[in-house]
Design a protein around this ligand. Structure first.
Ligand code: AMP
Ligand code: MG
Length: 319
């Protein structure tokens, strides 16, 4: 009899300890969630983090964004992009500009697969339509200027050669060509931050750079996906009501005219330009792409916006 009561008491104590531990765990999980925002690469960066060591993790993300911003900048005179745009050719040791080389190779691949809808040599057209002037009001370009700018655009006219000493030479085959990674660099920056966080052992986080989002792990106990709301292109400070569920490792990006435009004679012209016609894309909706990496989601959302295509989810198996 005495033995039995001991057993009951023992079970009761165990149950209390169990409830106490799980309550504490729940509190710890709640307490260890943090969220921060800052400005990076000309847009808003956000970092959602679960676990210990948030400050170190955020430093990794900021470092990755700053590195990509510096190395792929149109304006920094040290960047590969700036030197190539200025000189029309650039030679470097393979290992010295890995960020630039990787982004260029993915950009070329997406350019080919999208039939030229995505084109990293878009900059002369961005310039033509007034996007490099830092103002919103612009002028309608003449037909001659449009033709001339079109003659400086075309990913087919980039030559990339590697010699045996691991020296890479990137060369423009037409005069006046200029790269612009505005449609792909933010996605890449998110991937770089993601990879570095995973390498450092962080497990549950969401990285967002101007709507280029990638998630790792889970947002809270009992949930297997992260819920992402999509901005309404007709009224960008609201969401469409559609919710996208992202699994660990997945990325999402949305392209739309509402993000940036210039105004010419009262009409808004999109910052996304069809490289084949030289004209800003006239679309009022937006395109969302879910992909196994943020660089792919970023480049493909721009490409699909130009091609008039809709949303897509690309799984890692189909990649
Ligand atoms: P996103 O917001 O990712 O769709 O990218 C738009 C940015 O990509 C623009 O601001 C330009 O810098 C650049 N861009 C515009 N049109 C194209 C295009 N057809 N292909 C590649 N990049 C583009
Ligand atoms: Mg893009």
């Amino acid at each position: 009899m005495l033995k039995r009561s001991f057993l009951y008491i023992f079970i009761l104590v165990l149950a209390f300890v169990g409830i106490f531990i799980s309550l504490r765990k729940g509190q710890e999980l709640e307490a260890s969630h943090s969220s921060r925002q800052w400005l990076s690469m000309g847009t808003v960066a956000a970092f959602d983090f679960y676990g210990e060591g948030e400050a170190d993790a955020a430093d990794i993300v900021k470092g990755a964004f700053e590195e990509v911003s510096r190395e792929l900048s149109l304006f920094d005179s040290e960047s590969a992009l700036f030197c190539l745009n200025r000189d029309g050719a650039l030679s470097f040791d393979f290992s010295s500009r890995t960020n630039f080389l990787f982004v260029l190779s993915v950009a070329m691949e997406v350019a080919r697969s999208s039939g030229g809808a995505f084109d990293p040599t878009i900059n002369p057209l961005m310039r033509l339509w007034g996007f490099r002037k830092g103002v919103v009001e612009a002028e309608l370009p003449s037909k001659d200027l449009l033709q001339s700018a079109l003659g400086k655009v075309g990913y087919q006219y980039i030559s990339i050669a590697t010699n045996q000493a691991n020296c890479v030479e990137v060369r423009f085959l037409r005069p006046g060509m200029e790269l612009d990674f505005g449609g792909i660099a933010k996605g890449y920056a998110v991937d770089l931050a993601y990879e570095r966080l995973v390498m450092a052992g962080f497990t549950d986080f969401l990285i967002n750079l101007g709507g280029n989002i990638r998630v790792c792990g889970v947002p809270s106990q009992g949930r297997s996906t992260w819920s992402i709301a999509i901005r309404d292109p007709a009224s960008p400070d609201r969401t469409t009501g559609e919710i996208i569920e992202l699994r660990s490792g997945e990325a999402v990006a949305t392209s739309g005219s509402y993000e940036r435009y210039v105004v010419i004679d009262g009409k808004e012209y999109s910052h996304i330009i069809d490289p084949r016609t030289g004209l800003p894309v006239e679309r009022t909706d937006s395109v969302t792409v879910i992909a196994p990496s943020a660089i792919l989601a970023d480049a493909l959302s721009t490409a699909r916006f130009v091609n008039g295509e809709g949303a897509i989810r690309i799984s890692s198996e189909s990649n």
